[in-house]
Design a binder for this molecule. Sequence first.
Ligand code: NDP
Ligand code: HSE
Length: 428
Amino acid sequence: MQSVRIGLLGFGTVGGSLVELITEQRTDIAALTGIDLTVTRVAVNDLTKPRPGIGDAVLTDQASEVIQADDVDLVVELVGAVDLARDWIGQALRAGKSVVTGNKALLAAHGRELFDLAAENSAELLFEASVAGAIPLMRTLQKSLRGEPITRIMGIVNGTTNYMLSAMTEDGANYAEILAEAQRLGYAEADPTADVEGHDAQAKAAIIATVAFGVSITADDVPVEGISGVTAADIANASRLGYVIKLLAVVERVGTEAPYEISARVNPTMVPFDHPLATVRGSFNAVFIEGGALDELMLYGRGAGGRPTASAVLGDVIEAASGIAQGTVRRLPALADAHVRPPEAATSAFYLDLAVDDSPGVLAEVAGVFGANGVSIRSMEQEGTGTEASLAFITHQASEADIAATIEKLTSLPSVNRVGALYRVIGP
Ligand code: NDP
Ligand code: HSE
C-alpha cells in the first residue's frame, strides 16, 4: 500500500465534497488501486468558519504553507481565483508536485504556461473537473479519442444556465428567482455573472478546443453571448417552431488538411426538439462530439454541484496519485499555436424575427435583402396581422458577416419596424 498525501486549497462547495468523498471511499480506493489517500493540509480563507469532516490542526489560511509542506505529495486547487491560483499552481509545479484543479478561468487564460511548467518540472496538471462537472470529457478526448478526426464539439457546459433555461422553458420561472435557486444549490460561480453572461462556458469552450485539437486557445479567442437577453417570448417562439433554447459552446476544426482553422463560440442557440442536446435538462450537461470515424457521440452527466464535481476531481487525484506511487509522469506534447478562424467567418443557421408592416410586397422586399447578402432562407412564418405582424425566418448555413450585413440593411428598411431576436440554430 502506497500512501499519497493531499494538500487541499479551498474547502468550499467542491473542496468540502472532495474531503467527504475521500472519507467515504478511502477503503475502496485503497483496495482497488493500492493507494491510501489522506488529506494532510487544507487552506481556506476564513479560519473561523466551522469545517465539518476535518480537524483544526490541518487548517491554515496560508496556501503557500500547504504547497511547500513536506507532508504534501499532491496539491488540489479548488479556490477559483485566477491570479492567486496561477501563483499557487506555479509554486507547486516548480516544487515538482503534481496538481489537480477545477479552475477553468485560470486554464482558459494561462493554460499553456502551466502545462509547459508541469512538463519542465516532471509534474502533472490534471483538470477534468474544469469542464462539464462529473462528465469524463478531458480524459475521453486525451485518451479514447486521440486518434479520432474530431470535426465539431457542441456542449451544454454550464449547469447554472441550463438549470435556469430549463425552468424558464418548462415552468415559466422568473429569471432572478431561478438564478438565486441555482446559487443556493451550489451550481453558480462565486460571481454568477460568469455563468449568465457565458464567461464560464467561454472558458470551457477554450479548454475543450485546446484539448481536442492540441492547440493553444484562450478565452479571448471565443466570442461569447450569455442568456441575460433570452426572453419568455423568445422561448415561446422557439418552442412554436420546434426548438428549445440552450446555451451552447461550439468548437470546430475547419478545413480538410492542416493547418486547420479553429472556431469556437458560445451563444444561446435554438436546438431542434429531436436533437439529443434538446433533452438535457436542469443542471445536467452534455457534450455532443462529431468525428470522421465515430460519427456522433454524446456524453451526459451532472455539470455542476459539489459531489458531482468532486467525483471528477477524485478521478484526477487517483490518476495523479498512481503516477506518484509508480514514479511515472504522463507527458503530453506541447501545444501548437492555433489558427483561429475570424469570428465573422464562422457559419451557422440563424433565426431572426422582424416586426414589419403587414402590406403587399413587404415579404418580397425583406426576402430580397437576405438573398442580396448571400443568406438562403429555409423557412418563414408570419405571426399576427396588421400592426402586430412579425416575420420569423430560419436560414440555411450563413456566415456571421453575411447575417450582420443582412440585419444592417433590414434595419434601414421603412417597412421593418423592429429587428427582434437573433439566434444561432442547429440545422442544415
Ligand atoms: P467556493 O466559493 O464554494 O469555495 C472556495 C474555497 O476557496 C472556500 O473554501 C474559500 O475559503 C477558499 N478560499 C478563497 N480564498 C482563499 C485564499 N485566499 N486562500 C485559501 N483559500 C481560499 O467555490 P467552489 O467550490 O464552488 O469552486 C471551486 C473551484 O471549482 C472553482 O475554480 C470553480 O470554478 C470550480 N468548479 C466549481 C463547480 C461547482 O459546481 N461549484 C463545478 C466545476 C468547477 P472559505 O471557505 O474560508 O471561504
Ligand atoms: N458554475 C458552473 C456551472 C460550475 O454552472 O456549470 C461548473 O463548472
